[in-house]
Ligand binder design. Structure first.
Ligand SMILES: [Zn+2]
Length: 272
């Protein structure tokens, strides 16, 4: 059995500010230790429960955060950016997926570093009228590959967005966008391993199904700046619905996901 683990940083315990989020930050090394320790804990729990191969997709920022030397022989590590399908690249053909360190969508109250895909470029993304978190959009896109998400571990504020039936572990409780209460790493690791075991049992019993959304799929993106919408409305078939918002339709969620990635790349390029 092969598992896929997509790992973000903002929803991990003790991660609360931008100094921890990238190599230019003074606390980045601390974040690297935390993400590595928890990724390893999760992989060990999977291995103990009979998963013999795991692809870990390092999926935050430059996507090179996890310390590669700490990964055991049964783990492959996908690092670096860009990737065709961003945080879920490599999941095709895996039996199940787990999201670790995920955070709430932009605009959520008392949620650490809330955003979706690009905090500086995107206000919100709607899929078939539903405002989505990275968790939801990645989950339904994995549904296209028939890969079920069996466990989501991250910010407590994200937990209510997690689809019913999927196991969840809150890793910290946000007090504000830049402050949160976290339990000790030993407690977090114990809970993560326990819920991982339960998720696998329920998955093996056939009780966790892939997430789906209606197709063809309508995607709306509200950007943070009007010039981003100026650029995005060049997409054939796209409709500008107001100064900062465009809408487009895709045949299926994976095509929509790739289009969204392309737009974000184009806008980064245009702003640069
Ligand atoms: Zn992130």
């Amino acid at each position: 059995m092969r598992g896929f683990v997509s790992v973000d940083l903002e929803g991990l315990p003790f991660i609360v500010n931008k100094e921890q989020l990238g190599p230019e930050g003074r606390l980045f090394e601390e974040a690297r230790e935390i993400v590595t320790e928890l990724t390893l804990c999760l992989c060990e729990a999977l291995k103990r429960n009979g998963v013999d191969s795991i692809l870990v997709a390092d999926s935050h920022g430059s996507m090179a955060n996890i310390m590669p030397k700490e990964m055991p022989a049964y783990v492959e590590l996908l690092r670096g950016y860009p990737r065709t399908t961003s945080m879920i690249s490599g999941a095709e053909g895996c039996d199940f997926a787990i999201f670790l360190g995920y955070h709430a969508k932009g605009g959520t109250a008392r949620a650490t570093l809330d955003h979706a895909f690009s905090g500086s470029m995107v206000d919100w993304i709607r899929v078939n009228g539903v405002e989505t978190s990275e968790c939801f959009l990645n989950g339904v896109a994995l549904g296209h590959y028939n890969v079920p998400v069996i466990l989501v571990a991250g910010d407590e504020a994200l937990m209510e967005e997690v689809a019913p039936g999927i196991e969840r572990v809150p890793l910290k409780r946000a007090v504000s966008r830049y402050a949160a209460i976290s339990s000790s790493m030993s407690v977090v690791k114990r809970e993560l391993a326990e819920v991982c075991t339960r998720a696998l049992e329920r998955f093996r019993a056939g009780n966790i199904k892939p997430m789906r959304t209606e197709e063809p799929v309508k995607i709306a993106i509200r950007f943070a700046h009007t010039e981003s919408a100026d650029c995005a409305e060049l997409l054939p078939g796209a409709k500008r619905t107001d100064g900062k918002t465009i809408e487009f339709e895709s045949r299926n969620i994976m095509e929509g996901y790739r289009t969204m990635e392309l737009l974000i790349f184009a806008i980064y390029g245009a702003r640069a």
